[in-house]
Write a protein that binds this ligand. Structure first.
Ligand code: C2E
Ligand code: CA
Ligand code: CA
Length: 683
């Protein structure tokens, strides 16, 4: 058929059929008279399904009656009607259509309505989404900044203004680099752009500058928006201020890894560092050393001066350790008064020796806390990796054992771990077990050693010296078990027992041989620290034997006087007050400070055996000086360990007051000593 020769109605039909807009004619009763394919398409029906049916079919049931009424009212009252309608697709889904209606007058009968309809559901949805997006943009707590392809700011949201201080007007057209803090190196930004261009996204933390000049840290996420041809249209940056959070994180990290008292890494961080150091040592085939440092007198400082002073002391110690160990990987505080050092890349263990000596030396000078001079020393244990072990836990244990060995050998020294040490530790543990039973099983015996007065030539004093007879191991020297008894606190009951024995013995001897005889009792620092004067049982024993305080002299070591501990001071004062005399044992081997001798009303100095032994060498000078000084302070002097007449003669020449030693008698059990008392020794 020739297209140019269509008749009129054929033409209309063709227009209706091809028209992309939905067209329908609805009569007054609401019945579809005409629907074109586009119209049917919109709603999902066929023409047959719609023609001669009520147009209310496209409305939900509740709306059917009102829309029919509105339809009729429209036909009666106006000529045009347009707007958006919420209608229903045949499949039940909701749609939005835009329709335009005009009144249409057929040749006969009531007016009808001609409707043009467009499906705007998708557009409508997009609009809704835009609205939501805009609301989010405005309401977001996160700052949002949108830039164009040149990265110049197009828009920012209100949160941006709140976080940065800049308003949209002020920043429009600016490049965000204007906000740079200068904290990041150039490559930081180069890498950011590289990632952004490659992946379309970048996430990271950036320090920027606030309008008022302060710097703040933001957690930033940048996304690239591209058109279908992959050309950049926009960059969208979203960020929040995490300065505070970062600070808190850092604080938490600090607290988790550092010791608040000294500022040194704590045990936790130290472990990590040790693992790293071990890895490094294995990789480079070097040796690493673990050094454990334990302060010797810290507890007494803490107890007597308070925790605050203790903390201050720890801080000062930490500083000195850092100075000594500047080559170390890590100087840490493991807790209490225990420090640790990792020394990496060792070629020769002598390097550790140097550091250990350095530490001991630097601790030699007193610390000043609260205006008081405090003396501390350290015991240092060292274990080598991978020399001693390849297991870090064992490395710790080894260094610990070495450190304890130093403590037991008199403290203030250092020691490397060794197999022999390992065995010694086991012996020590066995001994502690035995020691716990010794008192109950009557294994202790007190021996006595006479002290001779140079002036009279008589035995005027006795020193009580304890002996331990173990049923299997036999005689155990006090040098071997007293330190153990001190460490375990057993020295308190053992010491009290010794004193009770010695006092009972003295009372007997006084009555039988010499009413002037005096007894000298060794007191461990631990005894004076851990009991109060009023609770010391042997003080009461004195009274029950009707003995004056003067009958007894206690021997203490200088170390006890160095840190002025409240309880020790009090105990010494009270002891002195009831007439008990005080002697400093092993004088000359420690700090030998005159100030302490005066402060504590000391009565005697006992010159250490080592000086008497060396009377022909430097010992002579020392003995001369000690005796002269003691006399100038009004103190008596007792020489210990006198073995030869030559020594005796020299000491008499130096005007020493008392002599004690094998030359006169070894320490002996009471019944043997009695033989000496029957025939008083005469020089
Ligand atoms: P110390 O108080 O310095 O006692 C003197 C030590 O020298 C005693 O050793 C004694 O036997 C020894 N000695 C005495 N004269 C001579 C001599 O001429 N030559 C030689 N080579 N040695 C001589 P001992 O009895 O083995 O006691 C060792 C240390 O054990 C004592 O040294 C003292 O610190 C401690 N100790 C002994 N008994 C007690 C005690 O009952 N309580 C306390 N807390 N410690 C005690
Ligand atoms: Ca002594
Ligand atoms: Ca001594």
């Amino acid at each position: 058929m020739n297209k140019t020769h269509w008749d009129e109605s054929g033409l209309f039909q063709a227009i209706l059929d091809k028209c992309p807009v939905g067209i329908a004619v609805i009569n007054y009763e609401g019945i579809y008279l005409t629907v074109n394919p586009a119209y049917c398409d919109i709603y999902g029906y066929t023409q047959n399904e719609m023609l001669n049916h009520s147009f209310t079919m496209i409305f939900p049931s509740a709306d059917k009656l009102p829309v029919l009424e509105r339809h009729q009212r429209f036909l009666e009252e106006s000529t045009r009607l347009g707007g958006e309608w919420s209608v229903m697709h045949r499949d039940g889904s909701q749609m939005t259509v835009f329709s335009e209606s005009v009144t249409f007058y057929p040749a006969h009968g009531l007016p009808a309505r001609l409707v043009y309809v467009q499906n705007i559901t998708e557009r409508k949805k997009a609009q809704e989404q835009m609205k939501i997006a805009a609301a989010v943009f405005d309401a977001s707590q996160e700052a949002i900044v949108v830039t164009n392809s040149e990265n110049n700011i197009v828009t920012v949201n209100p949160a941006f203004t709140v976080l940065t201080g800049w308003s949209l007007e002020e920043v429009k057209g600016l490049n965000p680099r204007e906000f740079k803090s200068g904290r990041h190196p150039t490559f930081f930004y180069t890498e950011m752009w590289q990632t952004l261009n490659e992946t379309g996204q970048w996430i990271g933390d950036v320090w920027d500058r606030h309008k008022d000049g302060t710097e703040f840290l933001k957690e930033l996420r940048i996304s690239v928006i591209k058109d279908p041809d992959s050309n950049v249209i926009n960059y969208v940056g979203m960020f929040s201020d995490i300065t505070l959070r970062k600070k808190q994180e850092e604080l938490i990290w600090q607290q988790a890894n550092y010791d608040a008292v000294t500022g040194l890494p704590n045990r936790h961080l130290f472990k990590t560092k040790l693992e790293q150091a071990a890895l490094h040592a294995s990789r480079t085939r070097h040796i690493m050393a673990l050094m454990l440092i334990d302060l010797d007198q810290f507890k007494s400082v803490n107890d007597s001066m308070g925790h605050r002073a203790g903390d201050e002391l720890l801080g000062c110690v930490a500083l000195r350790l850092l100075e000594c160990a500047h080559n170390a990987d890590c100087v840490a505080r493991l807790g209490g008064d225990e420090f640790a050092i990792i020394i990496p890349d060792i070629d020769d263990p002598a390097e550790c020796t140097d550091i250990a000596r350095d530490i001991l030396r630097t601790l030699d000078s007193p610390f000043t806390v609260n205006g008081e001079a405090i003396f501390v020393s350290a015991s240092i244990g060292i274990s080598l990796y991978p020399g001693d072990t390849e297991n870090l836990e064992e490395l710790f244990k080894n260094a610990d054992q070495a450190m304890y060995a130093v403590k037991n050998a008199g403290r203030k020294n250092f020691r490397f771990y060794s197999r022999a040490l390992h065995d010694a530790i086991h012996t020590r543990l066995r001994m502690i077990r035995n020691l716990r039973k010794a008192l109950a099983e009557n294994q202790f015996v007190v021996y006595y050693q006479p002290i001779i007065s140079v002036k009279t030539g008589h035995i005027t004093r006795m020193e009580a010296l304890v002996r331990w007879f173990h049923p299997v191991q036999g005689l155990i020297s006090p040098d071997a078990f007293i330190p153990l008894a001190e460490d375990t606190g057993l020295i308190v009951p053992i010491g009290n027992w010794i004193a009770k024995e010695a006092i009972t013995q003295l009372a007997y001897w006084r009555q039988k041989y010499d009413p002037e005889l005096k007894m000298t009792i060794n007191l461990s620092p631990v005894q004076l620290r851990s009991q109060e004067f009023e609770d010391i049982p042997w003080i009461r024993d004195l009274q029950s034997h009707e003995l004056d305080g003067e009958a007894v002299t206690i021997e203490i070591t200088e170390g006890l006087l160095l840190n002025s501990e409240k309880r020790v001071n009090y105990n010494l004062k009270m002891i002195h007050q009831i007439g008990i005399q005080i002697a400093i044992d092993d004088f000359g081997t420690g700090y030998s400070s005159l100030a302490y001798l005066r402060k504590f009303n000391i009565d005697f100095l006992k010159i250490d055996r080592s000086f008497v032994e060396d009377l022909k060498g430097v010992g002579f000078e020392l003995c001369t000086a000690i005796i002269a000084m003691a006399h100038s302070l009004g103190l008596g002097v007792i020489a210990e360990g006198v073995e030869t007449e030559e020594q005796e003669n020299l000491l008499i020449k130096l005007e020493c007051d008392y002599m004690q030693g094998y030359l006169y008698s070894k320490p002996l059990p009471a019944d043997e000593i009695e033989k000496l008392l029957v025939l008083p020794y005469r020089r």
